[in-house]
Design a binder for this molecule. Structure first.
Ligand code: NAP
Length: 281
């Protein structure tokens, strides 16, 4: 018997699971494509229905893998994609979104993000996002790799308050956002999407994490994801191209870390004591 997947509610009332799926590096190696599709489908079957992708990943190839995985079951999935900063002009954003829709084989992206800040004024990108929303091509928009000052600037832009999410690097080994960005996003009702929740796999070899995992008869990946589950307003999006590991990641939901476990994790992966610049990958 599985624990129900915890959910996060967006400002517009839509609910998503707090554990979704990433897709970076999918679609880059043909020999792996079938497993990648099966992995995403396994995740969907298990309730990890939020799928994160981007036009950048494999130059559209990851979006095509997502399209294949959700074919015939579009309504089960919550699809997130991202526009590259170099495309994020008013017209460029609209054109990029239309390309992404074609790659994904869908009519509307659930959440469309600016991948990171670039040269185009925020007001221009936001205007394009609002235009896409009116046209029914996206349901909501958000940002990625935005630190506190970027969020501040965004709130001063027309319609900037409509930002639905901020996707940033967050995992046990990179806890900087807990000092200021995470509380600020919570205050504003903006969910944080934790990318690289396994620190791109590096965390899995950490002796201290392995120690806590053993106590739970769990894997280090599961404890890293269970830790993020304890943070309110956070959606984590681990990537795996393996259906077995998708199952393993889903089972992280069933792990209940005790106060002692969390204290132990705090000792090994200390929370921030001061402001640090947002780390990015
Ligand atoms: P991650 O999810 O922290 O780690 C992925 C790595 O961990 C892969 O090598 C994967 O290998 C392995 N892995 C996954 N589950 C595992 C398990 N249970 N046991 C052992 N190994 C496991 O790193 P990420 O891909 O960088 O981040 C996740 C997603 O966040 C990305 O895919 C992307 O969608 C998003 N992202 C966004 C940004 C941004 O700028 N907005 C930046 C980076 C990432 P296998 O595939 O072989 O299982």
């Amino acid at each position: 018997m599985h624990e129900p997947t915890p959910t996060i509610v967006f400002k517009d009332g839509r609910k998503v699971p707090a554990l979704g799926q990433g897709t970076w590096r999918m679609g880059e190696n043909r020999a792996k494509s079938a497993d990648e599709v099966r992995s995403l489908q396994t995740g969907l079957d298990l309730g990890m229905t939020l799928i994160d992708t981007a036009e950048m990943y494999g130059d559209g190839a990851a979006e095509r893998i997502v399209g294949e995985a959700i074919r015939g079951r579009r309504d089960e999935a919550f699809v997130v994609s991202k526009v590259l900063p170099s495309n994020a002009s008013r017209a460029g954003t609209v054109a990029a979104c239309e390309r992404s829709l074609r790659n994904l084989g869908i009519d509307c992206v659930d959440l469309y993000l600016l991948h990171w800040r670039g040269g185009y004024p925020l007001a221009e990108t936001v205007a394009a996002f609002e235009e896409l929303k009116k046209a029914g091509k996206i349901r909501a928009w958000g940002v990625s790799n935005f630190d506190v000052d970027d969020m501040e600037e965004l709130s001063g832009v027309p319609d900037g308050g409509n930002v639905a999410a901020n996707q940033v690097l967050y995992n046990l080994a990179r806890r900087g956002i807990e000092f200021d960005l995470l509380p600020r996003c919570r205050d504003q009702g903006v969910p944080v999407m934790a990318y690289s929740p396994l620190d791109e796999g590096r965390l899995l070899h950490d002796a201290d994490l392995i120690h806590v995992a053993k106590a739970h008869q769990a894997t280090p990946a599961q404890v890293a994801l269970a830790f993020l589950k304890t943070r309110s307003g956070v959606i984590s999006i681990p990537k795996t191209g393996s259906p077995e590991r998708a199952r393993e990641n889903r089972d992280a939901i069933d792990i209940r870390l005790t106060t002692e476990n969390l204290d132990e994790l705090d000792r090994h992966f200390p929370p921030p004591r001061r402001k640090t610049r947002l780390e990015v990958i």
